[in-house]
Design a protein. Structure first.
Length: 199
């Protein structure tokens, strides 16, 4: 890695750490980009090279936490567990990550739909990679005969993720607590697995 790229990564890390520190200390809404730049000892103009606004700085902060949570979820995935147990394990790791970062995580979830900044796009890329890994888990369940083999694994993974994201919306809307979300999700997933056909 060249010095220029190393410097960029170092500034990015400083901005991420400064943003998270101030978001936690002062609250997301009460923190300004100028304050974050000052905390990171970076010019405000330089900050905007890494994130065009405060919302995208929030995505910069949360991306790293999501990445770590996803890695931990799959690294600790129980071997040969049936699909419902595997999905509960994976999504519970994400819920736990959000729980320890509330209320900052609430702002993040609420800001996700329609976000287009560079760090929001990084979140989208991470999400797609996550879906591919969930699809691999689904595919293994298909080979064990647990799930219909005529449905694309990625399609199943996507539906599971949509149900998961819906639980997050229930959380930020006050309909459910973060502690209730694993059970809420499993209820929805069980309905998906059982189907609603009367046949």
């Amino acid at each position: 890695m060249g010095r220029r790229e190393s410097n960029k990564l170092e500034k990015r890390a400083r901005l991420r750490d400064a943003a998270e520190k101030l978001f936690r200390k002062r609250g997301y809404e009460n923190t300004t980009t100028r304050e974050i730049a000052d905390e990171a000892e970076i010019a405000t103009g330089t900050l905007f090279l890494y994130a065009p606004d405060k919302q995208d700085l929030l995505f910069l902060v949360m991306h790293e936490h999501l990445r770590v949570a996803v890695e931990e979820a799959f690294e600790t995935l129980p071997k040969n567990a049936k699909l419902p147990r595997s999905l509960r394990h994976i999504f519970s790791k994400l819920y736990a990550m959000y729980e320890v970062r509330e209320p900052l995580a609430r702002h993040f979830v609420a800001s996700l739909p329609g976000a287009t900044g560079p760090n929001a796009l990084e979140i989208n890329a991470l999400t797609f990679h996550f879906l591919q890994r969930v699809a691999t888990v689904v595919e293994k369940a298909q080979t064990r005969g647990e799930v219909r083999a005529d449905v694309a694994p990625l399609a199943i993974a996507t539906v599971c993720f949509e149900l998961y994201f819906t639980t997050l919306l229930r959380w930020i809307s006050g309909v459910a607590t973060i502690e209730q979300l694993p059970e809420v999700l499993m209820g929805s997933l069980q309905l998906l697995f059982d189907g609603i056909s009367a046949d």
